[in-house]
Design a protein around this ligand. Sequence first.
Ligand SMILES: C[S@@+](CC[C@H](N)C(=O)[O-])C[C@H]1O[C@@H](n2cnc3c(N)ncnc32)[C@H](O)[C@@H]1O
Length: 157
Amino acid sequence: MSEKEFDAGIYFIGHISTPWTTRDMCPRNPMETDKICQVILKEEFADGLKSIEGCSHILLFYWLDQADRNRLQHQPPIDDKIHGVFALRSPSRPNPIGISAADLVKVEGNVLTVRHIDCLDGTPLIDIKPYFVHADSKPDATVDWHQKRSNPLPPRG
Ligand SMILES: C[S@@+](CC[C@H](N)C(=O)[O-])C[C@H]1O[C@@H](n2cnc3c(N)ncnc32)[C@H](O)[C@@H]1O
């Protein structure tokens, strides 16, 4: 990254434990996998979990710590065109924040068992929010370049 001043500081509030240790092994999006994973919150933030057990789905925000933060454009494998990182879900971006809408399977103390997440084992956790259908779901959403992409989506798994 070029010489820049930070605009904000964030705490890593925990980490995410997943079966994937290399980027190649990782699912490319949360719906590509239904493997069970664990979100481990630091004890000092555990009070913030009060009432979360009643949430069927949660939004997980994490720091894609192995990402390239300098890249602003990228050619995804599924297209022959270059796109800006803000039109992509690529981990490469100035602030490499990842997001997954995960199923919340179980809460045990400071450990959340979840399904549908796509990050490497040990990825730092930034935030957890409840998923609200009325606020977060846009079933008619479209991404033009993705619909017109040159290459088919590779098979899952
Ligand atoms: C396409 S990104 C999408 C991330 C998130 N679901 C989102 O939309 O913000 C998912 C890919 O990021 C990469 N990745 C996962 N964990 C990472 C980490 N800790 N650092 C850098 N890259 C990571 C893996 O290659 C994975 O397939």
